[in-house]
Design a protein around this ligand. Sequence first.
Ligand code: SF4
Length: 73
Amino acid sequence: MSKDVKKEYTNGEITVVWQSAKCQHAAECVRGLGSVFNTRKRPWINVEGANGEDVINTVAKCPSGALTMKTDI
Ligand code: SF4
């Protein structure tokens, strides 16, 4: 993966934004919600893997600020 990418993953309602430069690979997200955040999969974030509330709560736990939310509604 290249050094400084900003990627967006959406389910049509909510969008998770991930900034690689900020990610500390603390894996807080992977451990917290593996059905959405799975580094073995591509794309590694599947917003449709859990309900929106769980996704939002997990994004909020990201210690580095690499994960943020954008709501489309
Ligand atoms: S919780 Fe945040 S810092 Fe940790 S791996 Fe996920 S995106 Fe990266």
